[in-house]
Design a binder for this molecule. Structure first.
Ligand SMILES: Cc1cc2nc3c(=O)[nH]c(=O)nc-3n(C[C@H](O)[C@H](O)[C@H](O)COP(=O)(O)O)c2cc1C
Length: 333
């Protein structure tokens, strides 16, 4: 599939996840075969208020391209300003080395605080606002030749599955691609992804606008099911990639008709350490080590002695402690 000038051969994307898809995780998933990544969601309002931490969330590097920056907000004027900042790289605290592959607008976040503010999946209830918000971002970003994409849900709830209407509103305002999470806001993240809704969006949009299917893709079989049942052009993998970048290797192997060897315990420990070290290098030591406890623990799922190791990791205060628990001395790569 193609988003703007970016060719994404297999359409294999890492889905944005706040608190997780920072640069270290995006780089790691890319090493295993993810082709397109998206930052954590970035507040358009906070960017406009020149919040330094917010600027850091949008940090882009050559070795993690193509990567889109995801913005959330509901005010078209603010969205336009934030989109212009991200597209041009002209904002306080910008450290990016490369332009974003796209600006993605979050229309799916179900978190109460976000929805109450009118952001995220609250937008699913306002097709007109979706049009205005998207148009504002498109106009601001096109001056810098950056496309705008949207990430939506199936709808607000079972009685309001309006993904097609929202996708049409966004694309009529110039969105270049649509990612559809096949659940409603009401469903949050529970099972039961509605592949028919994703298929309906694919059918409704012109062929040149890629549709990315999302929801519960966790291996080659669920990837194939998503593609065959919806006709989508690409797939975004979210939670299955937590502690498991091999999900991309498995899907890539299936696409190449090759067999896939699941990671060994040693592989898991190695990649957990790699991520912990990258997080600490990126975000600084003390608090970063604490913050990455849960992220490291994801790698232990299914491993012998995982519960005990997880318990020890939960009280680790430094990278050294995490390294010791995972069984590799400091300094060893
Ligand atoms: C912890 C967490 C954080 C998330 N943060 C974002 C976000 O910042 N932006 C977004 O568009 N979706 C976000 N999502 C939704 C995922 O991108 C994805 O749509 C959802 O998890 C369904 O895909 P999956 O079944 O492959 O996980 C988040 C999901 C989780 C579990």
């Amino acid at each position: 599939m193609r988003i703007g000038n970016t060719e994404i051969k297999h359409g294999l994307c890492l889905s944005p996840m706040a608190g997780f898809t920072d640069l270290p995780m995006r780089r790691q998933c890319r090493r295993f075969g993810a082709e397109y990544t998206v930052t954590e969601m970035v507040s358009a309002a906070a960017l406009c208020y020149r919040d330094r931490k917010t600027a850091d969330l949008a940090y882009l590097t050559e070795d993690d391209a193509p990567c889109a920056v995801q913005l959330f907000g509901h005010d078209p004027e603010q969205m336009a300003r934030a989109a212009a900042m991200i597209a041009s790289g002209e904002y306080e605290g910008c450290r990016s080395h490369v332009p974003p592959a796209a600006i993605d607008i979050n229309m799916g976040c179900p978190v109460k605080k976000i929805v109450t503010a009118g952001d995220g999946s609250a937008l699913m209830r306002s097709p007109e606002l979706v049009r205005d918000l998207t148009r504002a971002a498109v106009r601001a970003a096109e001056k810098h030749h950056i496309p705008v994409t949207v990430k939506i849900r199936a709808g607000w709830d079972g009685d309001h599955k309006n993904a097609v209407e929202i996708a049409l509103a966004a694309t009529s305002a110039g969105a270049s691609a649509v990612c559809v999470h096949g659940r409603t806001r009401e469903q949050l993240y529970r099972p039961g992804v509605d592949l028919d809704v994703i298929a309906a969006v694919r059918d409704a949009l012109p062929a040149h606008i890629p549709v990315i299917g999302n929801g519960d893709v966790r291996d080659a079989a669920s990837y194939r099911e998503m593609i065959s049942k919806t006709g989508c052009d690409g797939v975004a993998v979210g939670r299955a990639a937590l502690g498991n970048p091999w999900v991309f290797a498995e899907i890539r192997a299936a696409l190449a008709g090759e067999s896939f060897t699941p990671p060994t315990e040693k592989d898991r420990r190695r990649e957990a350490l790699h991520l912990a070290r990258a997080i600490v290098a990126e975000h600084g030591d003390h608090t970063a080590a604490r913050e990455c406890r849960g992220r490291v623990a994801h790698f232990l799922t299914g491993m012998r002695g995982a519960a005990a190791m997880r318990g020890r990791i939960q009280s680790a205060d430094s990278l050294g402690e995490i390294e010791a628990i995972l069984g590799t001395p400091m300094g060893e790569k």
